[in-house]
Design a protein around this ligand. Sequence first.
Ligand SMILES: Nc1ncnc2c1ncn2[C@@H]1O[C@H](COP(=O)(O)OP(=O)(O)O)[C@@H](O)[C@H]1O
Ligand SMILES: [Mg+2]
Length: 328
Amino acid sequence: MIQVQNLTKKYAGRTAVDSISFEVGKGEIVGFLGPNGAGKSTTLRMLTCFLSATEGTASVAGFDIYDDSIEVRKHVGYMPENVPLYPDMRVIEYLQFRARLKGMRAREAKRAVEEAMDICSLAERKFSIIATLSKGFKQRVGLADALVNKPELLILDEPTNGLDPNQIRQSRELIKHLGERHTILISTHILSEVEMTCGRVVIIDRGKIKASDTPQNLIRRLRRPGEIILEMKNEAESVEKKLVKLDGVENVTSSQAYGGWSVFNLKTDPSIDVREDVFSLVQSSGWKIRELASRAASLEDAFVDLVSNSDEQAKSNVEKKETEEITS
Ligand SMILES: Nc1ncnc2c1ncn2[C@@H]1O[C@H](COP(=O)(O)OP(=O)(O)O)[C@@H](O)[C@H]1O
Ligand SMILES: [Mg+2]
């Protein structure tokens, strides 16, 4: 549905998107992730023909972004980062106006707008003036606009930006639902959302693609040690000795908690699930336990691992410079 090859964008000589290549297959929901300034919006604007590329090519919904930009726009529902709405219009008027702009006939537009408002739960606000809507409802108007002409492909630029946790949860459900009928490329920085909705993620950092894989594979590739927490009321030293002997347990530390309880922290081999063995040992030793919990690595861990922290980078550069000055 989308094929991107060596796409590049330079702004006044500065490279914002640096020769990126990736694909999105029909029916996929792909998350486009990256820190602020990574080049997400620039890429999405090029793919929707709102910005011309400096170099490279892309085909979107079967059309070339240079040769068939009109067709691309017709086949793609695009929700830009800051949805440009007309604040003085009523929701229904605005959406009908947009549908007509997209070439729908009046009667067809009327029906399509009702349907889009229904999908985006806008029916109760359809006669509201846009300026009076909350941020969450404004985002839904933007989404209804993007899907009013039933495009095969939706390109959404941070659709949950600025929403509260409740609205984010609703928007996540909506996007999942839309994924049943549309191919979706969605940029966001809410990683838990991506983990739940996207089959694949493409990670971009400083204009370059860092990874393209399923969230599960990115987490697996991380190979961070697993972590298990036990809270028990037993003599720490002998417990530690027994726990560390278990297959897959690499290291055990403990700390005192309230009322004679101790918290044991186990670092484990990520490829071995030691929870059952730990539990049998607790049982056979007759230890008094009130918690056994494991913490799995998340997409956030993988993201942090893949994407350089620009603050830290800047700091280490400063430190490097300082040591250079001292040694010279
Ligand atoms: N119109 C523009 N003119 C000059 N530089 C821009 C323009 N738009 C974006 N940039 C720069 O390009 C880089 C990528 O921006 P953007 O694509 O908006 O990133 P993201 O959406 O990932 O936050 C940033 O460094 C930004 O400052
Ligand atoms: Mg952006």
